[in-house]
Design a binder for this molecule. Structure first.
Ligand code: IVH
Length: 793
């Protein structure tokens, strides 16, 4: 480096950094590790600092740096920034209309060949113009009224995708037109970080782009993840233009500008309509928002012939898509009570058609979310978004349209259903009804959860029946379901009809419909022997989803063992942290829950697959792990190991902390003190002793279990099954449960690793594949036989 002059080295570094910037920002294909790039950058900064005469605004070191402005300076556009005509027909006819108009205006006879078009996306951001002189970015401006915009050069320079110096051999003057935008994932990440800082979030990508470019302080713009696409030209001098628009875009890309890859040259209206359909399908997957596609006559000579009409070119059109955002009014805010008592505010909206459906309500999540959007009042006009199959959401409030009388929404102090105090624990976003199971709404939700398809799978027990059963007090807890009689159900129906003022046809005819009730009772009866994992999931323990329930079932093997396990014992199981372990232990410790479970057992509900605890437990139930799981202050995993080697938990519970001895063994004084204080807390010694007893009991159950399980289960354990077609009686979920309960695996595709294919009626290609690979086939009977072999021993 010392051999060359500073000026030459500076030029070399700039060219190299520009090259890496282009690869990184525009091509999205980094060519250099970050550290190596940083080294080049720092070398350039140092040289520029040492040789101020070498400074240049086009240097990659000069992206951010300007002072905040008092106001923007107006910029007159040499070539006005036009708007574009919109084709409002969102179906294919929009494209055909445009093609027909172009052919008419060009006076083309019916048999003339199709017109060639350049088709591209209509980006939903902010239009800007970039002026390059001799390849250097000298000015960037907004569109403004089309004739005069604002000088936002400082802000645009902070956008990594916008080159400060063009590559190749750019003309003396080149104005590039395009769109600044924000990707949806960048917006989400920015908002997450803003939330963490306690800052306001950005409403949507378009507002975010527009708002960021029009910041007086370039440091603010620099903090926003903006992107850019070039799609056209303004003032140009000294350039022999390519003959087509597509050629212009290719040239811009070659100058190092980002041009969107989703563009095409197409002949005729049908091809345009096709493009419109193809991009519509792509729209949900695009990382940024578009509100349509744009068609442009490709030949620049034809563009000149077509010319302009007032402020729109005749050679281009925007063909829109149905909007994914719309404005509507919040008519009311209701509170929904969830299974765990969570109070969720839900906005009732004036019906609005958006994203292809009519939206009438949207969740507001919780008080924090509402706060983040700057508050919300009934009567507010809000921006609603629904994209793809995503649940509609409220993006933000149009504050300018807030009625003067509007009252800000606040979370209620009491549960709207049962009247119990609503509480919000510190550090939690959710406000909860404190009524527990005495709250009717929580009861309904808990029973619905219990009956759900992935839980007890009670067929026919939907929302309507559960609501009525709870409302008329036929059911107060889940066990009551199993005591229902035909008379109860018919009674309930009669009372509900009476209340609703309906007289069913059958009643008019002097009959009573009983079939539905018989079916429901059959569904309830059929749910009495779930797998242990399903039963645990069905109980609705906070933080216990399907996979945690499965872990509990796999490792502990019986409901009794799960019920009795102290939190520390649960916390040593894989993927169960202290919070979840505490929630599980607290659930079973609560008297009400204990009674509910006893009642279920009394009704004959029994897990069908209880088994001895997993042999792997031995490795988890060491005092080293248990100590670490107890949440003793200052007890790091390393210290837990040390302590376990010195005193096992049962002795600690019996004898207490022998401070002098532990100190002599090398435990630090502050740890001994923390341990002493911890053990002196009321009930602590007792629970430690109880943990020791539970541990002993589990360990005692292990070795026998090991041998038993290994030998009997071998027919199914470790084997890979593929299910295909419909089995005569077993539902697919049930078959899967039972195979898994016996230690087998169920996979979705047939391969050489498959041990058995279980085929039912209308088995398709999987059956063919199995035959091809010579994999043993089982029907339902054979599967049950195999499973019976496991359970019987
Ligand atoms: S061309 C002479 N191409 O749509 C035609 N505009 O009213 C000038 N827009 O806000 C526009 N994507 O920023 C063109 N691929 C695209 C576009 C596009 C988005 C925006 C443009 C302006 C509006 C036109």
């Amino acid at each position: 480096m010392s051999a060359v002059s500073p000026a030459a080295r500076v030029a070399e570094l700039r060219a190299e950094i520009d090259r890496h910037d282009h690869a990184y920002y525009v091509l999205d294909a980094p060519t250099l590790p970050d550290a190596a790039y940083d080294a080049l950058f720092r070398e350039l900064q140092a040289l520029e600092a040492a040789h101020p005469e070498l400074q240049s605004p086009a240097s990659p070191t000069q992206r951010v740096g300007g002072q905040a402005l008092a106001q923007f300076v107006p910029v007159a556009h040499v070539v006005p920034m036009l708007s574009i005509q919109t084709e409002t027909d969102t179906d294919a006819s929009g494209a055909l209309n445009f093609d027909a108009r172009i052919r008419r205006e060009l006076d083309l006879p019916a048999d003339a060949p199709p017109v060639e078009y350049a088709a591209e996306l209509k980006f939903d951001g902010l239009a800007i113009s970039l002026r390059y002189e001799r390849g250097i970015l000298v000015r960037g401006a907004t569109r403004g009224d089309g004739a005069t915009g604002e000088d936002v050069t400082q802000n645009l320079r902070t956008i990594g995708q916008i080159p400060l110096r063009l590559r190749g051999h750019p003309p003396p003057v080149l104005e590039v037109r395009g769109e600044v935008y924000m990707r949806r994932d960048d917006l989400a990440q920015y908002n997450a970080e803003a939330t963490a800082r306690g800052d306001k979030t950005l409403v949507n990508p378009r507002n975010a782009a527009a708002g960021s470019v029009r910041q007086l302080d370039p440091a603010v713009a620099a903090s926003r993840p903006l992107k850019f696409f070039a799609y056209g030209l303004g003032d140009v001098a000294g350039w022999e233009m390519p003959p087509t628009h597509a050629g212009v875009l290719d040239a811009l890309a070659a100058f190092g500008l980002p041009v969107c890859e989703h563009r095409a040259v197409l002949a005729g209206g049908e091809a345009l309509a096709d493009f419109h359909r193809r991009i519509a399908a792509l729209r949900p997957q695009l990382p940024f928002d578009i509100d349509g596609v744009v068609y442009k006559v490709n030949a620049l000579a034809l563009q000149r012939r077509l010319g302009f009409r007032s402020r729109e070119p005749r050679w281009a059109v925007a063909h829109k898509y149905p909007p994914q955002e719309a404005l509507t009014v919040v008519e009311a805010i209701d509170i929904q009570v969830g299974r765990t008592g969570a109070l969720t505010p839900v906005a009732r909206l004036s019906p609005v058609f958006v994203g292809g459906v009519t939206v009438t309500n949207a969740t507001l999540h919780n008080a924090d979310e509402i706060e983040r959007k700057g508050g919300l009042c009934v009567g507010d006009t809000v921006i609603v978004r629904r994209a793809g199959d995503v649940i509609p959401e409220i993006l933000g409030v149009v504050f300018e349209q807030r009625p003067a009388t509007a009252q800000p929404f606040t979370m209620p102090l009491f549960c709207p259903v049962c009247g119990a105090p609503a509480v919000r624990e510190s550090g939690e976003a959710v406000t909860r009804c404190s009524g527990g199971f005495s709250c009717r709404a929580q009861r309904i939700q808990a029973i619905l959860h219990f009956a759900g398809r992935r839980m007890m799978d009670i067929e026919g027990l939907g929302e309507r029946y559960v609501e009525r059963l709870v409302e008329f007090d036929y059911v107060t807890g889940v066990a009551d379901l199993y005591r229902l009689t035909l008379d109860d159900l018919l009674d309930m129906k009669r009372r509900a009809d009476e209340r609703d003022g309906v007289t069913p046809e059958t009643v008019k005819a002097g009959q009573v419909a009983t079939r539905w009730a018989e079916n429901l009772l059959a569904g309830i009866a059929a749910s009495k022997s779930p797998s242990l994992a399903r039963l645990l999931f069905a109980l609705g323990i906070r933080h216990v989803g399907e996979s945690t329930a499965k872990t509990l079932a796999d490792w502990l093997g019986s409901l009794e063992r799960v019920r009795r396990a102290p939190a520390a014992m649960l916390a040593v199981l894989p993927d169960i942290g202290q919070t979840v372990a505490a929630a599980i232990a607290a659930f079973f410790a609560e008297e009400h829950n204990a009674r509910a479970i006893d009642a279920l057992l009394a009704e004959g509900v029994r897990p069908c697959d209880e088994h001895p605890p997993s042999a792997r437990l031995a490795g988890c139930l060491t005092w080293e792990h248990l100590y670490a799981a107890l949440g003793i202050p200052r007890l790091t995993p390393l210290r837990a190991r040390q302590l376990a080697a010195l005193v096992p938990g049962d002795r600690l519970a019996q004898e207490g902390v022998n401070a002098a001895w532990l100190s002599a063994q090398g435990l630090p004084a502050e740890l001994i003190e923390a341990l002493t204080t911890w053990l002196q807390q009321p009930g602590q010694r007792g629970s430690l002793a109880a943990l020791a007893v539970q541990r002993q009991a589990l360990l005692a159950a292990l070795p026998v279990a090991e041998k038993g399980a290994e030998t009997v289960a071998s027919a199914v354990a470790g084997k890979v099954f593929v299910l295909t077609g419909t089995l005569p009686t077993l539902k697919r979920d049930a078959a899967k449960d039972r195979i898994e309960a016996a230690g087998g695996k169920v996979s979705s595709s047939v391969s050489k690793k498959t041990d058995y294919v279980v085929a039912g009626e209308e088995a398709g290609s999987k059956l063919d594949k199995a035959r091809e690979l010579g994999i043993p086939l089982l029907d339902e009977n054979a599967l049950l036989e195999l499973l019976k072999g496991v359970a019987a021993t």
